[in-house]
Design a protein around this ligand. Structure first.
Ligand code: BJW
Length: 260
């Protein structure tokens, strides 16, 4: 592929497709970029990224929520409204298609939007939580859905069980990732033979360690991103372009290898 152009003439597409076609244990590791073509903003892109316009320390920390719950809740309500109206894009669909072609495929995502599941991926590990779940601020009562507080007029709503503030069940800066999710992601990463990385800047830890874990364990790492971000240098194959363009091409090439 020429830089910034279509993927058709990218000489790296065929080696990537061949490796995927041979994979017995594939992990797809994704970040905000995979949902960009669904109209959901990324975090760190200049100008359009959320953190270019908003201070994460005033919005994405437990301290920020305790300091100004109305402000943080309304910001999340605004974002969740936009994300709820979004549809999976061709990139999410291509990833789901891989599950129908290859023996074992797991998706490890930093995204909270649920679009992989809606596209049809059945094994999705959510490292940073989900915009579809809520819990009380102390973290004692979990697993609430929007319907559980739909009747409340106060904002933020209160926990139906303890009366404390409800909060989105997402991982803010300084918070531990859900134990089961990080354990599974680490095991999958250390045990995969190919890792397909899509749409992450690779700067937020511990999630960003997954491609390193995979590479250290001998997996081939393929990175799909319009920009050469932090992970590109350590990937064996870097495919420059948007997920919604590159991934359908890649999956079509995988299908051809499998049919040959
Ligand atoms: C496309 C595209 C297209 C565009 N197709 N691609 C110093 C050093 C190292 C670590 C730290 C440090 N100081 C603090 C830390 C720790 C901190 C951290 O890593 N900070 C770094 C930023 C420095 N990490 C934490 O705090 C984590 N917790 C933790 O460490 O806990 C320790 C602990 C242990 C035990 C007890 C207690 C504590 C938690 C991190 C939580 C991150 N949360 C967020 C918000 C989630 C909720 C919400 O949505 O509001 O998660 S922040 C944000 O970043 C979000 C994302 O999941 C995460 C990663 O971002 P992502 O997905 O990579 O997006 P971008 O925007 O960065 O990149 C998009 C990419 O897409 C770009 O590359 C584009 O080019 C590309 N792209 N269009 C494909 N069409």
């Amino acid at each position: 592929m020429s830089e910034g152009g279509s993927t058709f003439d990218d000489p790296r597409l065929q080696p990537a497709a061949r490796a995927l076609a041979r994979s017995r244990r594939l992990v797809v590791f994704t970040g905000a970029g995979v949902s960009k073509e669904s109209g959901i903003a990324t975090f760190r892109e200049p100008e359009t990224g959320l953190w270019a316009r908003f201070d994460p320390m005033k919005l994405a920390t437990p301290e920020a929520y305790r300091r100004d719950p109305e402000f943080v809740w309304s910001w999340y309500e605004h974002r969740f409204g936009a994300a709820a109206a979004a549809e999976p894009n061709a990139g999410h669909q291509a990833i789901a298609e891989l599950e129908r072609l290859l023996p074992r495929v797991a998706v490890v995502t930093q995204n909270i939007d649920g679009l992989h599941q809606r596209a049809g991926s059945s094994d999705v590990v959510e490292l940073h939580g989900s915009m579809h779940r809520f819990k009380c601020l102390p973290g004692t009562h979990t697993g609430f859905a929007r319907a559980d507080f739909a009747g409340q007029t106060q904002k933020p709503p209160r926990c139906p069980d303890c009366g404390e503030l409800l909060r989105p069940d997402v991982v803010w800066f300084g918070e531990a990732l859900p134990g089961a999710a990080i354990d599974r992601a680490q095991a999958l990463s250390a045990g995969c033979d190919v890792m397909l990385v899509v749409g992450t800047s690779g700067v937020v830890y511990p999630a960003a360690a997954m491609p390193q874990l995979a590479a250290q364990a001998g997996a081939l790492v393929i990175d799909v991103n319009p920009e050469r971000d932090a992970l590109a240098a350590s990937a064996a194959i870097f495919l420059r372009g948007p997920g919604g363009v590159v991934l359908p091409e890649l999956v079509a090439a995988v299908r051809e290898h499998l049919a040959a």
